[in-house]
Every structure is written in C-alpha cells, then in structure tokens.
Design a protein around this ligand. Sequence first.
Ligand code: NAG
Ligand code: NAG
Ligand code: NAG
Ligand code: NAG
Length: 441
Amino acid sequence: MTPSSLKSLVVFLALFTADLSAQSDDDRLPEPVHRVNRGLSGLGKWYNIDTGIWESAGWWNGANILTMLGDAALARPSYAPFQLLARRSFSNAIRKAPAKNPDPGRETPKNGNTVSLKVAPPGTKYSKYTDPKTWQPHSNYPDDWFHSEGYPSTKDATGLLLTDAQYDEAVLLANFTPNAHNFLDGYYDDDLWWCLAWVTAYDVTQNPIYLHLAEDIFNAVATTWGTNCGDGGVYWNYNRTYVNAITNELFFSSAAHLANRADNTTHYGDWAQWSLKWFLASGMINVNGTINDGLDNECKNNNGAVWSYNQGVILGGLVEHKRRTGDEYWLDMAIHIASSALEVLSDENGIIHDPCEIEKSCGADGTQFKGIFMRNLQKLWSETRDQYLHDAINKNAHSIWHKARSGDVFGNNWAKAFEGPANASMQGSALDGLVANVLLN
Ligand SMILES: *[C@@H]1O[C@H](CO)[C@@H](O)[C@H](O)[C@H]1NC(C)=O
Ligand SMILES: *[C@@H]1O[C@H](CO)[C@@H](O)[C@H](O)[C@H]1NC(C)=O
Ligand SMILES: *[C@@H]1O[C@H](CO)[C@@H](O)[C@H](O)[C@H]1NC(C)=O
Ligand SMILES: *[C@@H]1O[C@H](CO)[C@@H](O)[C@H](O)[C@H]1NC(C)=O
C-alpha cells in the first residue's frame, strides 16, 4: 500500500467510524443496515480520495459503485452516515473522476454537448472487446491506469474528512460547472452508466448540477442514434460495429429516468418510447424471455450469453416508464423478464450466477453484473411488492453475507465460500445486493 492509498483508507474509514459512533449505538441498527456498514468499511480500502473512484475497479465500475452508495442513501433517508457518504462521494467524484477517464477526447463536443465521432485505431488507449465464444466483455485500460502514484494528493487530510470543510458538498460544488465531455470515453455503455450515476446523485441531493450533467451525457449519446438494424438503436461504441443489449437498455433506462425528473419531459419521454419500441422489436429478447448479448451482422439475435446485468437494466427503465405513462403493461413486462431471468440464472438454492463464474473468468467487468441485476430487481419490487422478487433478493443477500463473505469483503460467487483476491468491483456488486435487502425491511 502506498502512503497515499493508506491515507485514503484512513480518511474513508474515518468518515464511517466517526459517524457510526456519533450514531451512539451501532448494535441497535437493523441487521441489513449493519451489514451494509461492514461492506462499506471493506470498500473504503480501495477508495482513492484523489480520484473519487475506487482502485482495483475500472472506470465504468466506479459509476456503478457510486450508484450503489446513492441507493443506500435513498434506502435509509434518515440515517446520516449513508447520506453523508453518498453526498461527499458524489461531490468528490464529479470534480475528480474525469482525470481517470481512460479515453478522454474520444468524442469531441461541438456547440455545447453534441458529439462528433472520431474513429481511432483500436487499442491505442482504452479498448473493450467481447470474446466471440463466451461473450465475455474485456476492458483494456491504458498501461498506467490502475496506478495513482504521482497523482496530486489533497492537502494533509489525515482523518479529517468529516470536519475539514474542503470535503463539504457545498464547498466542493461551489462555482463548479461539470462538463459532460469529461465523462465520455467512446463506449456509449460507459457513458450511460455515468448518466445513471448522476441521476441517482440528483435523487439523493436534489442538486440540479447532477441532473444537468446526466442530461448532457444522455444527449451526447443520443446524437449517435441510428444503427444498421431496424432504423434506430445505438451502437456499443464509436467505431459503430456492434449493436448490443446493454447499451440500448441503458439508453432506454436513462431516457425513462430523465423523463421523470428533467424539465423537458417530452424530449426524454419521446426518447424512452422510441428506444423501448426499437429494443422490443430488435429480437434481443429470446423465446425464454431472457435477453442475449446483442445482434449479429444480419441484425438477428446473436444468441450470446445471458448476462445478469442485461436482465436488470431494462427493469429499472420499465419501472420509470410505467411511472410516467401510468401503464401497468410495462410492469407486467418487467415481471415477466425478471422471472424468466431468475429461472435461468438461479441455482437450486435460488442464488444467481453469471455464466463466467464456472470458468472463474468474470474479470474486471463481469464481477460487476449481478449487483446491477439486484439493484434493478429491488426497483421492480418497490413498485410491485411482488413476493417472488422479495424472496429472490432476500435469499441472495443472505448468501452474500453468510457464504461469500470474509470479514468485511465479499467474493464473486455468492453461493460459495469467499475466494479472493477481493476487489472493489466484486465488493460494490455484493453491496448492491445488501443494499437491495435494506429496503425490503
Ligand atoms: C471496432 O470495435 C470492435 C469491438 O470493440 C473491435 O473488435 C474492432 O477491432 C474495432 N475496429 C476498429 C476499426 O476500430
Ligand atoms: C425540449 O426538447 C425538444 C426536442 O425534443 C426541443 O425541441 C425543445 O426545444 C425542448 N424544450 C426545452 C424547453 O428545452
Ligand atoms: C431456452 O431455454 C432452453 C432450456 O433451458 C435452452 O435449451 C435454450 O437454448 C433457450 N433458448 C434461448 C434462445 O436462449
Ligand atoms: C477482481 O477480482 C476478480 C476475481 O478475483 C478478478 O477476476 C478481476 O479481474 C478483478 N478485477 C480487477 C480490476 O482486477
């Protein structure tokens, strides 16, 4: 551990311990909240206060970990430590995370936030590729990406995060205007994870700075709308070859979220409607009611792996879409997709697994997936109070805690004893499961 990361750890832990003891009686916390607290202490090991994201996890993973912190805050509005942690993490990341964008400048803003596509040779900086046999995505980061050495450190903040005014949300955001361009890296799924993270930040804080940033990111991606398939949709990335499920689900879900929050409801509502219609006609949902990885060169379902996150993101979008349209049909559709997914992805004890777990090849990306699924199952449960979803969330959270845990860290296979090494991606994913369980109670 470098002196700088040690300092980050101290600072992150100080944030919790000081507040938890201020709460006076940790023992009286409901068990699900207590478990999230343990997991958050574990997560603090990887927090880099100088970048606002987590060492040992990638760029888009950082957006998901922030979303999880926001969901914790939304699950327990009266619990100060979750509020403080989410607010301070969001305000730190909105300023500092852009320095970690693995391929900034890939999309160039012109007049405001519209993008122009630059096609660069693959692999020069950040590249992602999908294994044609397993459909496993792999992100390749620039060589020095995981090293934060030399990154300008904050001034001596030994444990003072709580009292040092510089970490105050109001102080961090005063006179600060974020630029969506800094969150774009040429992979539209990455961009949209950040969009959803900032929507969650807005939900927690009601600060319009986050909402406007989310809108700008979405609108930048929207300028790329149109693929060779079905006269619509978005590609995975700037080189416009692969049309996949995750990017299109994220596009729909982002639009549906923004339609319920931004001023221009019609604008985002129309995008939600168009992108959902396109998605449902694309053939990505198979006869079993689950969603495959994407489309082939003939625009047919490519029969690629059924990843848990692809069964999840659509659910959160459908919940938002139902809230705006009032049409129960979208909830029925979501329940159908969720039940199909649970059937296909769960083992005999009801614990969900991604296909990569068998080969232990989930890597930097696949380790994030199940948490995203749990997060969205929870959103659907909140709207429907469906008992089947309740039981699924409960069982998985139980197994994360009782089986996959070692101290305050969690493994990738939620049905098995912890297998390390742990990292922030697996930790964030498991925490999504534990946070989902807080709301059930
Ligand atoms: C386009 O992207 C795909 C997948 O990301 C990659 O396999 C391919 O090499 C890229 N092609 C070019 C010309 O950049
Ligand atoms: C809302 O979005 C539409 C495009 O869908 C645009 O024409 C209109 O000017 C926008 N209105 C406002 C108030 O931003
Ligand atoms: C549907 O499920 C059956 C039974 O599990 C499986 O054999 C088949 O491959 C699935 N079809 C698709 C398109 O996923
Ligand atoms: C996180 O840990 C898993 C399992 O140990 C590993 O497959 C993955 O590559 C790790 N992530 C990173 C970014 O190293």
